[in-house]
Write a protein that binds this ligand. Structure first.
Ligand code: PGA
Length: 255
């Protein structure tokens, strides 16, 4: 059975004080019996502050990006060794903002994933199509290419340390969520693709999160879908009460 995960991507928001307050409020509001995983991804500068708050809780820590090199002359970059040292469990790789604004390619993302795994960091690997691609019926082709290239030469064993996040670019930060059926369709496609590249067992076990305008108001219907294993949440994860509602989603239908 796949363990659901609710992840908060705080993007380039919050000072240390604000990040500390938000992490404390989320930790305080967590149901102690919660069975699924909760993860926070603050900016690099806030990782240590957040770690110092969540260290004695079940909340996991993630960075939002990293360099594929372990050390060296890479001005402005942060390495997997440094992320491990500060206590990160996960790193987000391939967020559409990294792909689009900072020109990250499938090839560099593949290098980052390999480097993260080598350094015992788990990975949230983001994929997703743009509006134009969806309108041109290219969604599946785009997802297929991103998966094939991003996961190139990654073994079946290593895949257990990877969570895939399906984030249609047109739904990120726009208030336009994919409908639960659209998200479920894409997740089914991703699972089939993993099955084709690996095997059925691996595809049944990999967790696939949905991301893109996930809110307190729509999380329940998304989580009701059998192939949606959690959410990667941006804007809504910056408000403690709303994010806590997302974390404590109600299962509308049994999985
Ligand atoms: P959003 O962002 O929830 O604000 O749409 C999601 C993401 O970018 O991961």
């Amino acid at each position: 059975m796949r363990k659901p995960m609710i992840a908060g991507n705080w993007k380039m928001h919050l000072t240390r004080k604000e990040a500390g307050e938000l992490a404390s409020a989320i930790k305080k509001g967590l149901d102690p019996d919660l069975k699924h995983e909760v993860l926070l991804a603050p900016s690099f500068t806030n990782l240590e502050t957040v770690k110092n708050i969540i260290f004695d809780s079940k909340i996991l820590l993630s960075a939002q990006n990293m360099c594929w090199e372990e050390k060296g002359a890479f001005t402005g970059e942060v390495s997997p060794l440094q992320l491990k040292d500060i206590g990160c469990d996960y790193v987000i790789i391939g967020h559409s903002e990294r792909r689009k604004i900072f020109g990250e390619t499938d090839e560099t993302l593949n290098k980052k994933i390999k480097s993260a795994l080598k350094n015992n960091l788990k990975v949230i690997f983001c994929i997703g199509e743009t509006l134009e691609e969806r309108e041109n019926n290219q969604t599946y082709r785009v997802l297929q290419t991103q998966i094939q290239n991003g996961l190139k030469e990654i073994s079946k064993e290593d895949l257990s340390a990877i969570v895939i996040a399906y984030e249609p670019v047109w739904a990120i930060g726009t208030g336009k969520t994919a409908t639960p059926d659209q998200a479920e369709d894409a997740h089914i496609f991703v699972r089939k693709e993993i099955s084709r590249l690996y095997d059925t067992n691996t595809s049944e076990n990999i967790r696939i999160l949905y991301g893109g305008s996930v809110k307190a108001e729509n999380i329940d219907e998304l989580m009701a879908k059998p192939n949606i294993d959690g959410a990667l949440v941006g804007g809504e994860s910056l408000k403690a009460d709303k994010f806590l509602r997302v974390i404590h989603y109600q299962k509308v239908l049994s999985k």
